[in-house]
Design a protein around this ligand. Structure first.
Ligand SMILES: NC(=O)c1ccc[n+]([C@@H]2O[C@H](COP(=O)([O-])OP(=O)(O)OC[C@H]3O[C@@H](n4cnc5c(N)ncnc54)[C@H](O)[C@@H]3O)[C@@H](O)[C@H]2O)c1
Length: 365
């Protein structure tokens, strides 16, 4: 069957530029989708670096003028992988030009911005790269919760811990200033935890938070701690920091329900911890399931059983699922709606940290 060509313009030639480039090149190998992704234009600021990256990843053209590129009639998809403060302007320009819009997280730097972005893409296919939903072990956790294997949830605990803030040799960059990132650990790291918490455990009613900055003169949070009351009656705690010395990229959660407990840690991403509290007590124990067996999410897409997958597969799977939804005319999640809801939670957290006390989380209906 002839596959429809989708010509992509990717803006951003950094870390995510590479992760997304890989996904465009690989998705057709692992997902049976009726589209052929054409890596058409790579946009950034540094022409020499763009040329090198285009040669490495097979981009047809490069440009240092994203404004001209997003309006080109031969472009179908605009992918936003630049610093957070640029997301809104770029995504809205792409939406005005009628493109399919994919955007990195956090969707925006304020809920006012994310609301405008959500309106701009109404009626257009859209996605936010909350790629961790596509870790097979996390997708399995979602399925087990839906199957009521965990039961009534009591506690939801999430951490997103990195350590690079503690490196005094590291020069400041856009991620360490409000002007570039809008916020610190909360926008960069906790937005992943918030998206997973909302997806796995449902809406949040209210939050109480503290934020802390360790580095002198920095105008954003290096660490954010939050207590949560969820709509389902469970309570939660979330922690995100760039000063968790000893933790490279520990995106982790634990969920304790009446029927069992689930646990995940990205530093051991092929494993899902499962404790079945319905088993006879004398044989109860937490097991570490190796995810990638028959019947597990994405087991049919990648390699043979137990031949593990990694970080890059989460981007390939996000894109594969998005294209599948596109071909069926279905709405994809997470899209800008979900990105906006995460932004509303971020704002409640920031408000609580600034003024103290519990703050209601707006639901964004
Ligand atoms: N999904 C994830 O797990 C994940 C991981 C890391 C980063 N991110 C997100 O991806 C986005 C990019 O982060 P990164 O780590 O790739 O950053 P990066 O610093 O590695 O790359 C940013 C890129 O944007 C380009 N850029 C900056 N200003 C520009 C402009 N005005 N016009 C065109 N290009 C411009 C830079 O040249 C650079 O190529 C951020 O929103 C970040 O939060 C997501």
């Amino acid at each position: 069957m002839a596959r429809k060509k989708l010509r992509v313009a990717l803006v951003g030639q950094g870390f995510m530029g590479r992760a997304h480039s890989n996904a465009y090149r690989q998705v057709g190998h692992f997902f049976d989708v009726p589209y052929e992704m054409e890596t058409a234009v790579l946009c950034g600021r540094d022409a020499a670096a763009l040329a090198k990256m285009a040669a490495t990843w097979g981009w047809q053209e490069t440009s240092t003028d994203w404004r001209a590129v997003v309006e080109r009639p031969d472009i179908d998809v605009v992918d936003v992988a630049v610093p957070n403060v640029l997301h809104a302007e770029l995504a809205i320009a792409a939406a005005k030009a009628g493109k399919i819009v994919l955007c990195e997280k956090p969707l925006a730097v304020s809920s006012e911005e994310s609301a405008r972005m959500r309106s701009a893409v109404a009626g257009l296919p859209n996605m936010v790269w909350f790629n961790y939903r596509r870790v097979p072990a996390i997708a399995l956790a979602k399925r087990m919760i839906e199957e009521n294997r965990v039961g009534r949830v009591f506690h939801y605990r999430a951490q997103y811990l990195q350590e690079w803030g503690n490196d005094p040799t590291r020069p400041p960059n856009w991620k360490t200033s409000r002007a570039g990132a809008g916020s610190g650990a909360v926008g960069d790291l906790m937005t992943h935890s918030l998206d997973l918490a909302l997806w796995l455990n449902g809406p949040m009613r209210e939050v109480m938070a503290m934020q802390h900055t360790f580095a002198q003169g920095r105008d954003i949070d290096d660490a954010t701690l939050v207590m949560v009351r969820f709509a389902n009656g469970s309570i939660g705690s979330l922690e995100a920091t760039r000063y968790a010395v000893g933790c490279r990229n520990r995106n982790a959660f634990e969920i304790h329900g009446g029927r069992g407990m689930l646990g995940f840690d990205l530093e051991d991403l092929t494993r899902l911890t499962w404790f079945d509290a319905t088993e006879p007590r004398d044989i109860q124990a937490a097991r570490k399931l190796l995810v990638g067996a028959v019947g597990h999410p994405y087991a049919g897409n990648f390699w043979k059983l137990g031949h593990v997958t990694g970080y890059e597969h989460t981007f390939i799977a996000a894109l594969g699922d998005f294209l599948g939804a596109l071909s069926r005319g279905e709405r994809f999640e997470p899209g800008f709606d979900q990105g906006h809801r995460v932004q509303l939670a971020v704002e409640a957290i920031q408000t609580s940290a600034a003024r103290g006390g519990w703050v209601t989380v707006e639901q964004g209906e």
